[in-house]
Design a protein around this ligand. Structure first.
Ligand code: PEP
Length: 251
């Protein structure tokens, strides 16, 4: 079965208003039509503007980097899923390791955010992955299995089909260290097997599992060439249009 191939850029807390506009325009200038879904994930301040800039570019979609689990309320500084929907957001990155680490997000909370995003007809990009000490202890498959089950196994088959999973080993994010293509394949296969046990073959064969962690133009092709890797979530290299497009073209 042909799965959706996705390359999503996570801009994190980079790019002021003008720099963000320039980056998305530079991406559009270089983007060739293809079946790959290309996603830009800017900070909130860009969303409405970029949704206007990309609206006629068919394979370019918009992601937010987080949202609150409630639809509205007295939560100063937060942004809800209906607000993102009103800015024509397509995807929401949830459970990124930086949210887990610096904002204490646990899978029970992330599960509620996933529900909020799905209820608005948007697609969560659910990030999971182990820290170095967990891998060194040989516990990485068990830990990622727990993350996946705690955040996703309450969903029904209709809902899970709108979820994208991103495996991002924490030790590879922003460090210049990448998982080897074999390590990525092994974990992606493991995640897909868990999805298969819980939701069956159709869901497992259809769900896109992205790899994230120091993907660059020089290593993307080898990683994306593995059978269970359906694209990437890109941090640092998503901030330069040439590099991001070179990664997109590695698929
Ligand atoms: C990320 O933040 O999701 C990420 C993968 O970052 P980097 O590509 O910079 O490692």
């Amino acid at each position: 079965m042909k799965r959706k191939q996705i390359v999503a850029g996570n801009w994190k807390m980079h790019m002021d208003y003008e720099a963000g506009r320039a980056l998305v325009k530079a991406i559009i200038d270089r983007l060739q039509p293809s079946d790959t879904v290309v996603v830009v994930g800017p900070p909130y301040i860009h969303l409405k503007n970029i949704s206007g800039i990309i609206k006629d570019v068919t394979n370019l979609k918009l992601a937010a980097q987080n949202c609150h689990q409630e639809n509205s309320g007295a939560y100063t500084g937060e942004v809800s899923a209906p607000m993102l929907k009103s800015c024509e957001v397509d995807y929401v990155i949830l459970g990124h390791s930086e949210r887990r680490e610096f904002f204490d997000e646990a899978d029970s909370l992330i599960a509620r955010k996933i529900d909020a995003v799905l209820a608005q007809g948007m697609k969560p990009i659910y990030c999971c992955g182990e820290k170095l000490e967990v891998r060194e202890a040989g516990e990485h498959e068990a830990l990622v299995g727990r993350q996946v089950s705690e955040a996703l196994f309450h969903l029904d088959k209709g809902q899970i089909q709108n979820v994208v999973i991103a495996y991002e080993p924490v030790w590879a994010i922003g460090t210049g260290k990448t998982a080897s293509p074999e390590q990525a394949q092994e974990m992606h296969h493991h995640i897909r097997s868990l999805i298969r046990q819980q939701f069956g073959d159709t869901v497992a064969d259809g769900i896109s599992i992205l790899y994230g962690g120091s993907v660059k133009p020089g290593n993307a092709k080898e990683i994306f060439g593995k059978p269970d890797v359906d694209g990437g979530l890109i941090g640092g290299a998503a901030l330069k249009a040439e590099d991001f497009i070179a990664i997109v073209e590695s698929i």
